[in-house]
Design a protein around this ligand. Structure first.
Ligand SMILES: [Zn+2]
Length: 271
């Protein structure tokens, strides 16, 4: 899932420039003061994400060297930067672009843990495997994701224990146009080693956990569906970490079931 958002503001007003963000729950709010502006990052559905801010300033200075990348680290609202007027007698302007991705950064790219089938016991068919040409191709950020072919309403269970850091289940949209990419419902779980699992395309109102919940392996976390960028009901399962606000790295994972251990997933085969 590529979920970056680019956002540009060239003029100073007190209005919230939130048009596109209504769909994603991510937005930057500007608070103006006498000597400049404070940019506050907010999110509705996820508290573990990574933001990259780029900006062009004229007659202003930034509280943080630009561009920069910062981790939300559990916060749904935090100050991104303060832009201060340098010479108040001269004209001043700013433009900024922000990009966000789910999850946080890590020092390592290892993923040495066992993952359970995210539906519990049984055999399930792979609809699209790693590096699949539909949406898991190189550069997609989903290179190691697996799409499991399950009917809408299938109970999704945590494949690994962790803490729920992202939940969205209010989207009713789906389709094959890439514009639907930010419109999938999901549960995101953070693991002890700093990796994240994305359970994606959940049914509307299909989440069964809340941000902050600790979940055990096998615990029901939601119902599968068909929201977002997809033409058929399925579960997109991916383990990942953020690279910056523009890219995530999907990680290979080891699936351990009662009938075997699997690290490769081929379209059309069951596991
Ligand atoms: Zn997928």
């Amino acid at each position: 899932m590529k979920r970056s958002l680019v956002f540009v503001v060239a003029l100073l007003t007190r209005a919230l420039f939130a048009a596109e963000d209504d769909h994603t729950g991510f937005r930057v709010i500007q608070e103006r003061s006498e000597d400049g502006v404070t940019l506050i990052m907010k999110s509705n559905y996820c508290v573990e994400y990574t933001v990259t801010l780029e900006a062009t300033l004229k007659n202003m200075t930034s509280s943080r060297p630009l561009p920069f990348t910062v981790d939300a680290a559990g916060r749904s609202s935090f100050v991104l930067a303060r832009f201060k007027k340098t010479d108040k007698s001269q004209p001043w302007t700013y433009n900024y672009y922000y990009h966000w991705e789910y999850g946080g950064r890590r020092d390592s790219t290892s993923n040495d843990a066992d993952y359970a089938m995210p539906f519990g016991p049984g055999r399930y068919v792979v609809m699209q495997g790693p590096r699949g040409s539909y949406s898991h191709f190189k550069g997609s950020g989903s290179e190691n994701a697996v799409d499991w072919d399950v009917p809408e309403g299938t109970i999704i269970r945590a494949a690994r224990e962790g803490r729920v850091v992202g939940v969205r289940d209010d989207s009713t949209f789906s389709g094959t146009d890439p514009k639907f990419k930010p419109l999938g419902n999901y549960v995101i779980i953070k693991h002890a080693d700093g990796t994240f699992a994305d359970y994606h395309h959940l049914k509307t109102d299909g989440a069964r956990v809340h941000i902050g919940d600790e979940v055990k392996v096998g615990q029901p976390i939601g119902l599968s569906g068909q929201t977002g960028f997809t033409s058929r009901p399925h579960l997109h399962f991916m383990v990942f970490q953020a690279i910056d606000g523009k890219k995530v790295l999907s990680l290979p994972f080891r699936l351990k079931t009662d009938h075997g251990v699997f690290t490769e997933f081929i379209r059309g085969q069951s596991y």
